[in-house]
Design a protein. Structure first.
Length: 130
């Protein structure tokens, strides 16, 4: 019954983290979302000064990409990598660059302002409500 009070049709901004927590090609900040009704993890990274967020799910086989928590960049700091399969993804688009993948990563809309990063809800992407 508590879910009936949620307005899924209107996009909301949900505070994710402080901007200073994200360093270019550094560790990600992870967060939980409901994606198509299932609890999933997302992550946000900073690359070349901009923030990008994706579901933490490899496009090859839908499993989490980081086996070292919050580490998504390869050694060069230029590509997001699935630690299990070795697939490489463009950090700005989520598109597959190399390795075993079918399509790309699922992007999560973001904004950054006043020193904070916010993710945006969508009909298939909602916060986990207590």
């Amino acid at each position: 019954m508590g879910q009936s009070n949620l307005n899924h049709g209107v996009a909301r901004q949900v505070l994710l983290c402080q901007s200073a927590q994200l360093v270019n090609s550094g560790d990600a900040v992870s967060f939980e979302v409901l994606y198509e009704g299932r609890s999933e993890h997302g992550f946000v990274v900073r690359f070349e000064g901009q923030v990008y967020a994706y579901l933490n799910r490899c496009a090859h086989i839908p499993m989490e990409m980081d086996y070292v928590p919050n580490r998504f960049f390869d050694i060069s700091g230029q590509w997001l990598i699935c630690a299990t399969h070795g697939a490489l993804y463009n950090p700005t688009t989520g598109a597959c660059r190399a390795g075993p993948c079918r399509g790309g990563l699922i992007a999560i809309a973001l904004t950054e302002h006043n020193g904070s990063v916010y993710w945006h809800t969508a009909p298939n992407l909602q916060p986990i409500e207590c």
